[in-house]
Design a protein around this ligand. Structure first.
Ligand code: AMP
Ligand code: ZN
Ligand code: FE
Ligand code: FE
Length: 281
């Protein structure tokens, strides 16, 4: 079983990279993708705990934004971690997440929701990418809400009046950065309409022109109709379909390997990277 999109405590997942590797082995996953938001911070720990039977696809889910403000998540897989242009872009996004968090917090404070940046940072592992889920966790710790889900439904969704964006490259720039670093670019859950505004079908063309390698078709946040449409787009452009769990530990309902990628599709995807970078022991 191949699950190419999971998160650890290096961003907003709740399992450490080593726990994630252990769970993947226990679930008989053969290929695991570690895709923490805007960081490669979890890679070394995952490699250190790798055992025979499991292969690692290391990467990052890059937060991007279109010129008209639509949030897009671009999975960068199997890129060269020495590529400074990509690493600098990730660092710029991570840094801008702090000021953005302060703005969200002050909007919440204005309506009487008492939460501080210190309480949010207390939820964050050392060196991890800060995100709204950590704010949600701080709200759970203060009993303002019962779960991350409730925090998002009540206060934190993309459409809420408390929402503030952070710096992010355009999807095309994210793709170019990934490709120039020798990796493969797969757009994550592009039709996850419950999360907020989604990209138009027309916009896939410019992403393919920029080098898009694949589309995450099978994902719990996309309806069967949306998945069918995406499968057609994959065929139309001759790119690759993936499926994945987007597992976040206890932070979300998503279970490891609840959606998977076909071995033949994974082989095609891996072949599009400029070097063999799947990690095996
Ligand atoms: P951010 O990166 O700060 O914009 O936050 C986005 C992250 O919030 C995504 O990675 C999602 O996994 C997470 N998220 C979005 N909606 C929910 C939800 N309803 N419950 C838990 N996590 C969510
Ligand atoms: Zn996440
Ligand atoms: Fe995502
Ligand atoms: Fe994700």
């Amino acid at each position: 079983m191949i699950d190419l999109h999971t998160h650890s405590t290096a961003s907003d997942g709740t399992d450490t990279p080593s726990q994630l590797v252990n769970k993947a082995l226990a679930r008989c996953i053969t290929v695991l993708g570690l895709m923490d938001h805007d960081t490669v911070a979890g890679w070394d720990e995952a490699i250190a705990h790798l055992r025979p039977g499991l292969s690692l696809v290391l990467g990052s889910e890059i937060s991007a934004q279109t010129s008209d403000g639509i949030s897009v998540h671009m999975l960068g897989m199997l890129f060269n971690r020495e590529n400074s242009a990509l690493l600098e872009a990730l660092a710029k996004t991570r840094e801008s997440r702090f000021g953005r968090m302060e703005k969200i917090i002050s909007r919440l404070n204005e309506v009487g929701v008492e939460i501080s940046i210190e309480e949010v940072l207390a939820q964050l592992s050392d060196g991890a990418t800060l995100g709204r889920p950590h704010l949600a966790d701080a709200m759970v710790a203060k009993k303002i809400v019962k779960s991350r889900d409730e925090a998002f439904e009540t206060y934190l969704s993309n459409g809420s009046k408390f929402y503030v964006a952070h710096y992010a490259p355009t999807p095309e720039d994210a793709i170019r950065l990934i490709k120039e670093a020798g990796g493969v670019a797969v757009i994550a859950h592009p039709l996850a309409s419950l999360r907020g505004r989604i990209v138009s079908i027309d916009s896939f063309k410019s992403m393919v022109d920029a080098g898009l390698d694949g589309i995450e078709v099978s994902h719990r946040d996309q309806t069967p109709d949306a998945q069918e449409l995406l499968a057609k787009i994959v065929k139309q452009y001759g790119i690759i379909a993936t499926g994945s769990s987007d597992y976040h530990g206890t932070g979300k309902l998503n279970e490891l390997a609840e959606f998977t990628t076909k071995p033949e599709d994974f082989e095609k995807l891996e072949a599009r990277a400029n070097a063999r970078r799947v990690v095996r022991k």
